[in-house]
Design a protein around this ligand. Sequence first.
Ligand code: TNX
Length: 555
Amino acid sequence: MTAGRLFSTTVATPAEGTQPVRQPRALPRLFGSLLLVAAAGIAGIGAGPAPVQPAAAPRQLGQIVPAPASVHPGGAPYTLTPLTRIRADHHSPQVRRIGAYLARLLRPSTGYRLPVTHDRGPGGIRLRLSSHERALGDEGYRLESSPGSLTLTARKPAGLFHAVQTLRQLLPAAVEKDTRQPGPWQIAGGTVTDTPRYAYRGAMLDVSRHFFTVDQVKRYIDQLPLYKINRLHLHLSDDQGWRIAVDSWPRLATYGGSTQVGGGRGGYYTKAQYKEILRHAASRYLEVVPEIDMPGHTNAALASYAELNCSGVAPPLYTGTDVGFSSLCVPKPVTYDFLDDVVRELAALTPGRYLHIGGDEAHSTSHADYVAFMDKVQPIVAKYGKTVVGWHQLTGATPAKGALAQYWGLDDTSNAEKAQVARAARNGTGLILSPADRIYLDMKYNKDTPLGLDWAGFVEVRRSYDWDPGTYLPGAPASAVAGVEAPLWSETISTSDHIEFMAFPRVVGVAELGWSPASTHGWEAYRVRLAAQGPRMAALGIDFYRSPQVPWPSG
Ligand code: TNX
């Protein structure tokens, strides 16, 4: 029983002791009912949807997703008023930008001015950076709410940004709307102290099978951070399309990017457009991980330049959905000139540390060629200052020092394949876990889901949440797990509505797997907290899948 920690009712001493500490009366009862719901589920008697209590400010401390490391409700709430200021009391421009971001989130629905100031006066919403807060690490934060002030403290700006997401969730869902709402705008009294379980908490978007515009990518970028996702992996090339401009090989984008699955127009990002995506991602504390898939999944490149083919003949563009039929020409020297150029240009664009080189489903490349290819390509990535990420087939070659392998197998993947990945993990290769029958966001929820594929089975919301990254891969040390990532392949996905329907709410569970301490993990408590996110996602215009496994509030 882990919910006890999450819903701890220990009364914390408020930082700003302007009022006597009083436990709100409703608190024990409300938390008690959540505990009962959780306990009933764990005892196996909570089959039907759990009743959802009416919203009450103190309860919101127990509804944060991902579950925080520690929550201490206590004292009267903080109330936003027309006079509230946001005090970014630090010289860092990043802190001021986070203050401005918070103000932009809150102004439309509250109708308040919420000026962002630099003064250190008392009261208001305070954003503090403190290098002394070692325990908060790179992404942790503390949120202290009392009638006198609401104080967010972190060691790094990323922590303050995550604190802002928690603050959002402590306000009524209507705060997310873009028109003026009635309020009141209260944040329950108490303290949240929070740090992530894993540093890598990712979502992947396949912009190759179907192309997504800059605005569509930005929309996803706006949605993910609410749940503290901090990596956006962009699958920039595949058989059906090459989506990033490369100056030294221009036909990759202009020809190789000119179509997509089903034969539509496709598209690609100019470098300026790609930088706009990067800027937007950075403002949401998302590190972009670009992927150029190789040596397979390369028909778009092979179609663009005949010399990349062993035959010297360019194949036609491809708009179907088969995999495993294309390969770069491993013995040809031009292959590595090409990759040197591509990796150099992409690395120069990339502020993040990683460059993903794919490496999956290279069914048209012999094993010996695959190993030789990876031995040649990984040093190119290192030469341009980036760390290799590859799909887990990379562990069948020799992963470079410091590389990350992204596991996309299933529960019933062969023991030999799992053992190969586990062995690499024991030898120092870090793991990103993306088990396809758990967190592939393109898998159908059930047989009636109109979008998606089902080769890894149906993946309902519970299935995507109910596993533990720390113990998932037998024989892999828990310390090798860098984190989790939810890929969204786009063979059947072509609009923002599609993205949202397949990603939400499963990506929320993945975010929780990546952030929350294992001790808070439990489906019965999670589904109640997830249900409370329904109105918030709806207020944000996210067209999420209303899974019958989740007791969404009616109306
Ligand atoms: C497997 S997972 C793929 C992709 C497909 C996806 C569809 C992986 C590394 N390769 O090429 O798009 O399945 O679910």
